[in-house]
Design a protein around this ligand. Structure first.
Ligand SMILES: [Zn+2]
Length: 299
């Protein structure tokens, strides 16, 4: 396993799924560092959600978008600033009007270049897709919520507040009960905690649980995770349950005075036993350490 090179992070636009009328997902095909990408159309315009990593992937996505848009106006948004979700924006924004929440723009400005350098260390196939990445800023930003009229179809964008990153947003398509969750939600994968102190300690397990509760209350029935299969509302409950499990097991051990490394060892083993088929086991430790830092001071 350790010797296997992960597959190159290439978006497979030929695998596009026609999920609903004028509602497509280019699935990640289970490839690490490939996101699920959405294309949602109305009478007058289409919205693209997330870009794939780097200009080559984004060019492929743009060609598919052109094919689907058939001359309609194109909008682009990204769920959060991480490289596979947004580092193709410069290519798509040549044709698309780019919108996002202001907190995500701040993330992009503050951390975007650092993450580019960081991801370039992930191996040759990742570095190859990151060649020529340019950053582009959105022409429209909003603080809390934004409604985009695609013509007979309204799409709503919501800034969730700090969770997986400081600038996460979800994108809803109410007429089909769909929600694009970005990395707030993964399917068959441990929640990704980008806990890299001191460079990046913005992820919050506590806030993330609250965000998941909001997503469950919203009642969407078609859940598009950042990575993994398009699912139903059970996926929101599954991710929430994992985060609550992580918090409770970490906090009870922390409060008993257990050393952090021992908490990591014990909770990692429990998490693996709880979800033997999930990928991304390396994120369990990051989640444990993040939640150790979030134990309330009065405990
Ligand atoms: Zn992410």
């Amino acid at each position: 396993m350790a010797d296997e090179q992960p597959p190159a992070p290439i978006v497979r636009v030929d695998q596009i799924q026609d999920v609903q009328r004028d509602f497509y997902v280019i699935p990640d095909m289970g490839v690490p560092l490939v996101p699920n990408i959405g294309i949602v159309g109305g009478r007058d315009a289409v919205l693209v959600v997330d870009t794939g990593m780097g200009p080559r992937n984004a060019s492929q996505v743009l060609a598919k978008v052109d094919e689907i848009a058939q001359g309609r106006k194109v909008y682009l948004t990204t769920t959060h600033f991480h490289p596979e979700h947004s580092y193709g924006a410069a290519v798509l924004a040549e044709q698309a009007t780019f919108l996002m929440n202001t907190a995500q723009l701040t993330d992009l400005r503050v951390k975007g270049p650092g993450y580019l350098e960081f991801f370039r260390t992930f191996g040759d196939s990742v570095a190859a897709e990151l060649a020529g990445v340019e950053f582009v800023e959105p022409s429209v930003t909003y603080d809390q919520e934004y409604q985009l009229d695609l013509g007979g179809r309204i799409v709503t964008m919501h800034a969730t507040g700090r969770a997986h990153t400081k600038g996460d947003q979800v994108i809803r398509v109410p007429d089909v009960g769909a929600v694009f969750c970005g990395d707030l939600v993964e399917e068959s994968q441990f929640s990704i905690f980008p806990w890299f102190p001191p460079e990046d300690a913005d992820v919050s397990g506590v806030r993330w649980i609250a965000v998941m509760e909001g997503l469950m209350r919203a009642g969407d029935t078609l859940v598009i995770p950042g990575h993994g299969r398009v699912s139903g509302p059970d996926l929101l409950e599954e991710v929430h349950a994992y985060l609550v499990f992580l918090r409770d097991e970490v906090w009870s051990r922390y409060r008993s005075g257990m050393a952090e490394d021992q908490i990591v060892a014990e909770v990692e083993q429990m998490a693996r036993e709880r979800h033997p088929k999930w990928v991304g086991q390396e994120w369990i430790e990051k989640g444990v350490r993040c939640l150790c830092a979030e134990v309330p001071a009065d405990a």
